[in-house]
Design a protein around this ligand. Structure first.
Ligand SMILES: NC(=O)c1ccc[n+]([C@@H]2O[C@H](COP(=O)([O-])OP(=O)(O)OC[C@H]3O[C@@H](n4cnc5c(N)ncnc54)[C@H](O)[C@@H]3O)[C@@H](O)[C@H]2O)c1
Length: 249
C-alpha cells in the first residue's frame, strides 16, 4: 500500500490515463477525488471503482474554468482536510495543421493543456505549503521531445508543462512540495480511435519504440504511483518518459 491514507485529486479522470491513475492510486490505498468535465462518464467511472471496494469521490470540474476551480478545490479541502497529491492529467490533442488552425483553437488547446495545469496547481499549493508537504504530478507528452506534425498548439502547451514542472519544483522545494512530470508516448486509449485509423499506430509508432508492444494507460499509472509515493522522495523537477523507449533524453 504505497499511498495508504493519502488523498489524491486527479483531473480528467473519467477515462483513459486519468482513470487508470485513479484506479492504481485507489489500489495503493489512497482516497481519490476523480474530476472531469464529462460529469456523466465521471460518475460511471467512479461507480465502477467504488464497486471494487475503493473509497472514491467524483466532482465535475472543467480545468479551464478558473472560477469553478477556485471554488471547487477549497470546498474539497474543507471537506477532506487536505489534498496530498494533485495529478494534472486533463488534456486533449486534436490534430490540425498550423496553417489551418484558428486563433480560437490555439487558445482553447493551450488553455486546456497548460493554463488548466496552472489553475489546479494554484488552487492546491497554498494548503500544501502550509502543511509543508505535497506532491504534484503533471502529464506532458513525448511529442514535446520528438515533435509531431499537426499538433503545434498541443506540443507548445505540453512543452510549457515541462517548463512549469521545473520552475515550480524550484519555487516549492523549500516548502517540501515535490513537482514531477510524466511524458507518455503513444498510449492505447479510447481517444486514440478518434485520431488514428485501425492498425495505423502499430504501423507508425511501434517501429519508433524500443519495446515492441503498445504502451497502456496502466503503464503511465504505475509510474504515477511511484512519483506520488515516498519511493521517489528524493525526486523533484523531473520529467520521466513512459514511451516504450521512443525518445531517450
Ligand atoms: N493517450 C496518449 O497517447 C497520450 C500521449 C501523451 C500524453 N497524453 C496526455 O495524457 C493525458 C490523458 O490523455 P488520454 O489519452 O487519457 O485522454 P482521454 O481523452 O482518454 O482522457 C482525457 C480526459 O480529460 C477530460 N477533459 C477534457 N477536457 C477537460 C477539461 N477542460 N477539464 C477537465 N477534464 C477535461 C476528458 O473528458 C477525458 O475524460 C492528457 O493530458 C494527454 O495530453 C496522452
Amino acid at each position: 500500500m504505497l499511498l495508504k491514507d493519502r488523498i489524491a485529486l486527479v483531473t480528467g479522470a473519467a477515462q483513459g490515463i486519468g482513470e487508470h491513475i485513479a484506479r492504481e492510486f485507489s489500489a495503493e490505498g489512497a482516497t481519490v477525488i476523480l474530476t472531469d468535465i464529462d460529469a456523466e462518464r465521471l460518475e460511471r467511472t467512479a461507480a465502477a471503482i467504488r464497486a471494487g471496494g475503493h473509497d472514491v469521490l467524483a466532482k465535475a470540474l472543467d480545468v479551464r474554468d478558473r472560477s469553478s476551480v477556485k471554488t471547487a478545490i477549497p470546498e474539497l479541502l474543507s471537506r477532506l482536510g487536505r489534498i496530498d497529491i494533485l495529478v494534472n492529467n486533463a488534456g486533449a490533442y486534436p490534430r490540425r495543421h498550423f496553417r489551418e488552425m484558428s486563433d480560437e483553437e490555439w487558445d482553447r488547446i493551450v488553455d486546456l493543456n497548460l493554463t488548466g495545469v496552472y489553475n489546479c496547481t494554484r488552487a492546491v499549493v497554498p494548503s500544501m505549503s502550509e502543511r509543508h508537504e505535497g506532491v504534484i504530478i503533471n502529464i506532458s507528452s513525448v511529442t514535446y521531445l520528438v515533435g509531431l506534425a499537426n499538433l503545434s498548439h498541443y506540443i507548445s502547451a505540453k512543452g510549457g508543462v515541462v517548463g512549469f514542472t521545473r520552475a515550480l519544483a524550484r519555487d516549492l522545494g523549500p516548502d517540501g512540495i515535490r513537482v514531477n512530470c510524466i511524458s507518455p508516448g503513444a498510449v492505447a486509449t479510447e481517444s486514440e480511435a478518434e485520431i488514428y485509423r485501425p492498425g495505423e499506430v502499430e504501423a507508425r509508432i511501434l517501429p519508433l519504440q524500443s519495446l515492441q508492444r503498445r504502451i497502456l494507460p496502466r503503464d503511465i499509472a504505475t509510474v504515477a504511483v511511484f512519483l506520488a509515493s515516498n519511493m521517489s522522495s528524493g525526486m523533484t523537477g523531473q520529467t520521466v518518459n513512459v514511451d516504450g523507449g521512443w525518445a531517450m533524453y
